[in-house]
Design a protein around this ligand. Structure first.
Ligand code: GDP
Ligand code: IMO
Ligand code: MG
Length: 483
């Protein structure tokens, strides 16, 4: 089917995750940036994000930069918005890496209002939030929470402050007083930060003025969401969330626009399995709290699991490669034991953190949670991702209700106590084989089409795109697109 109908009359798109992150925002930001957008902007989070783009079999992970930066040479404009928190060291490394790979960033704009992640934010985050032990959140340890806390407390350091040395020194001294455990050496911090600030100085702008101008001039704008609705500080499973509002509203505000100007909010959803990384409730998790604890444990990595289950692998180009369809993986995926089934899907779908390498927790797609997210994000057009990754599973399931005592509830409530008190009620479907090479909706396996239909009906959404692999061409635009 044609993308044209989906994009007919559309000036502004947002790609937003309707789960707990890692649902292929990177793939689809790249997809629309390459063939449609003039401007690609991020409005929330920072380098807690890991957005993967695969082109010609080569994988690239973006952390603070929007995936559209790869099209800078075509004159496309990329924006790091006012709602972001930026670690200058990481940003600088990302820019250096682009140069090393022969890519430019001539049209990158960095908001003077974005906040700066300081060393004391990182040390506080690592000390207080990184562990998952004793109910810990399991943050990415990048200083995101403390940086946003300082922003809200009105003592944060903004990008624009970096260019007034006295103001900056005063702000750092004042803010760092709230981190007594961090022995601040102001001169050392300044000597590290100021050269990084100089490097980005020509790119620093009042990006809100630019964004409003792009909108008025009819530029095609793509907002690249980060994290996911269920991780939003406003809408997520608080306190097991990130510290920004990763919803449509937060993402638009984070680039200085109103959500009202977004013509096409697209919601990404992994289907028929989903993931979560870090602590927090996850009703459909395979292996439930055993899996949660295991995934939050020390030393559980891709390499550890490959060795544990004796799956052959090779180390190449800085990555670990193995056959996702290896017999042992298929056996695990079809195990009667839900924990093992979770391990099998993790290995089959290679669900390990793009940045942290942590194992992602695995469960069947939760349509109750998805409906809540779709409504909160107003993303009634859906992109289903990773549908190919469970090839070889004899059956798959989708959750359409929560059992609590004698009742089956169909309304999502985000309180962790509630989510931990329910058990999923599933519909089961026949499994299917390899679908990576399919390009036509009509050829999708009958059971998958049936499950998609049930999901659309339950959630009140339309599946506009089905993703059948990490590469841009492994994308099926459905007949529902643009209806
Ligand atoms: P993001 O944070 O939402 O951008 O997602 P991540 O990049 O963290 O994780 C998504 C992973 O799935 C990446 O490794 C992508 O390359 C990969 N991916 C995206 N869509 C598909 C798909 O349809 N099928 C498969 N097999 N992989 C996909
Ligand atoms: P992308 O954009 C998945 C999770 C962390 C932790 C919680 C808080 O790649 O989808 P933080 O460091 O933000 O304070 O951590 O949020 N988290 C993510 N999980 N994908 C992400 O980003 C995430 N960003 C944060 O694991 O549970
Ligand atoms: Mg990610």
């Amino acid at each position: 089917m044609s993308l044209g109908r989906l994009l007919d009359g559309v000036q502004t798109i947002a790609i937003l995750c309707n789960q707990w992150g890692d649902t292929g925002k990177g793939k689809f930001s790249d997809y629309f940036a390459s063939q449609w957008a003039d401007v690609i902007a991020r409005g929330t989070g920072g380098n807690n994000a890991g957005h993967t783009v695969v082109n010609d079999g080569k994988e690239k992970v973006f952390r603070s930069l929007p995936a559209g930066i790869a099209y800078d040479h075509l004159g496309k404009i990329n924006v790091l918005g006012n709602g972001m928190v930026l670690d200058l060291q990481v940003l600088s490394e990302e820019l250096d890496e682009l140069q090393k790979e022969g890519m430019s960033y001539n049209n990158l704009l960095i908001s003077e209002d974005a906040h700066v992640v300081m060393p004391y934010h990182i040390s506080r985050d690592k000390a207080w939030n990184q562990t998952q032990k004793d109910g810990g959140i399991g943050s990415t340890g990048n200083g995101i929470g403390p940086c946003y806390a300082d922003k809200i407390a009105r003592r944060g350091v903004r990008i624009g402050d970096l260019f007034d040395k006295d103001l900056l020194a005063n702000k750092i001294k004042r803010a760092s007083a709230f981190y007594p455990e961090h022995k601040l050496d102001l001169e050392e911090v300044l000597s590290r930060i100021l050269p990084l600030a100089e490097k980005i100085r020509p790119l620093v702008k009042d990006t809100v003025v630019h964004m409003q101008g792009f909108l008025k001039r009819g530029k095609k704008i793509l907002l690249e969401g980060a994290q996911g609705l269920l991780l939003s500080i406003e809408h997520g499973t608080y306190p097991y969330v990130t510290s920004s509002d990763s919803s449509l509203n937060g993402t638009a505000a984070g680039v200085g626009l109103s959500a009202k100007v977004v013509d096409l909010p697209l919601g990404t959803i992994k289907f028929p399995f989903m993931t979560r990384v870090g602590g927090g409730p996850f009703p459909t998790e395979l292996g439930s709290t055993t899996a949660e604890e295991y995934c939050g444990g020390e030393g559980i990595t891709k390499l550890f699991e490959l060795k544990k289950y004796r799956i052959p692998y090779v180390k190449r180009d800085g990555g670990i490669h193995y056959d996702c369809h290896h017999r042992t993986i298929l056996n695990l995926m079809n195990s009667k034991d839900p924990f093992e089934q979770g391990v099998g899907i993790r290995l089959a779908a290679s669900e390990y953190g793009a940045v942290t390498g942590r194992p992602r927790r695995i469960g069947w797609t939760d349509a109750v949670a998805a409906r809540y997210a779709i409504e909160a994000n107003a993303t009634f057009n859906i992109i289903l991702t990773k549908t190919d990754a469970v090839a070889g599973a004899e059956h798959f399931r989708v959750c359409y209700g929560y059992k609590q005592g004698p009742s089956t509830l169909t309304t999502f409530r985000r309180a962790p106590q509630f989510l931990r008190s329910v058990r999923p009620s599933y519909s089961q479907y026949e499994g299917y084989g390899d679908i990576n090479s399919l390009r036509d909706e009509a050829n999708l396996p009958q059971s998958l089409r049936g499950a998609i239909g049930d999901f659309e009906k339950f959630t009140g959404s339309s599946v506009a795109i089905v993703s059948v692999g990490p590469q841009p061409d492994q994308t099926i635009v459905t007949g529902e697109a643009g209806r």
